[in-house]
Design a protein around this ligand. Sequence first.
Ligand SMILES: Cc1cc2nc3c(=O)[nH]c(=O)nc-3n(C[C@H](O)[C@H](O)[C@H](O)COP(=O)(O)OP(=O)(O)OC[C@H]3O[C@@H](n4cnc5c(N)ncnc54)[C@H](O)[C@@H]3O)c2cc1C
Length: 282
Amino acid sequence: MTTEAARTGTPYALRRAEVLDTRRITPGVVRVTLGGPDLVDLPRAAPDGYLKLFFPRRRGEEPTLPAIPADGDIGRWYRTYLAMPDGERPAMRTYTLRRRRDHPGGVEIDVDLVLHGDGPGSTWARDAAPGDRIAFTGPYGIYGPRPEHDAVLLVGDETAVPAMGAIVESLPAGTRAEVVAAVSSGAEVTSFTTAGRVEVSWVHGGPTLLDVVTATDLPGERPYVWLAGEAGTVKDLRRHLTRERGVDRRDIQFCGYWRRGRTEEQAAAEAVLAAGATGEDD
Ligand SMILES: Cc1cc2nc3c(=O)[nH]c(=O)nc-3n(C[C@H](O)[C@H](O)[C@H](O)COP(=O)(O)OP(=O)(O)OC[C@H]3O[C@@H](n4cnc5c(N)ncnc54)[C@H](O)[C@@H]3O)c2cc1C
């Protein structure tokens, strides 16, 4: 069955998908492969493109969600979703579209979920099995170096490794890139294939991302900098790069992927309030 979403070709559509496969790619990361008719016209996004995943309240069921209005107004749809009673609303969490494969019969995508606690994303990932149902919107991506950038610096934690991997794999031949990736242990280190000239530093067992970035020479004359991970760490990295390393704010793309001590809903609600109260922080 192909639903309305499959015809639109827009990220602002609700797509339903089935889990085709799951596997642990490291001790702390589950790769889930999703497919189904709604992915047939899944749009392409920047390589750090992310999805908003909606998990069913009970395993094996479809997530129960309001229909997208006929005019496609996803903002109004989202408000209707948020207004669902707490006991009925499927949890929503944000994950990167790590890789897509287009086959004559359809599209499959991989999503890599870090196992870190008992939030709905981690819990779903830990038990995910073929046949499970899920819904999502997206992908939406923000990575976008400009012609004046002669190199790329990517810095992030485990939640950003899927996006950094996708970016590295998309680099044009010969592009110079430096990747600094923090993971919880050496067992979480993975490898990327790339046409770029890429140096990867895996950070674990002592130094912080900030320690390593502080000690790292920036690549190129004018690098495009992409930062993602725990929100406080991202803020510290951005401050260091703009204030102590002379990087122009416009050359930095940054995103807090999660906030210590806050669920994604709590972090999102606070970010809205903070933006309204203080404007953009540097
Ligand atoms: C654009 C974007 C792309 C992302 N891509 C990915 C991705 O590809 N893979 C991925 O795994 N995550 C990714 N994330 C991060 C992910 O959305 C969050 O980690 C999310 O909070 C996980 O949901 P949860 O239900 O497991 O935990 P929540 O219910 O949101 O949080 C529960 C508790 O766990 C803590 N917590 C959340 N994440 C972590 C963590 N990584 N380590 C330790 N504690 C944590 C929270 O502070 C909170 O105290 C991305 C986030 C964004 C914004």
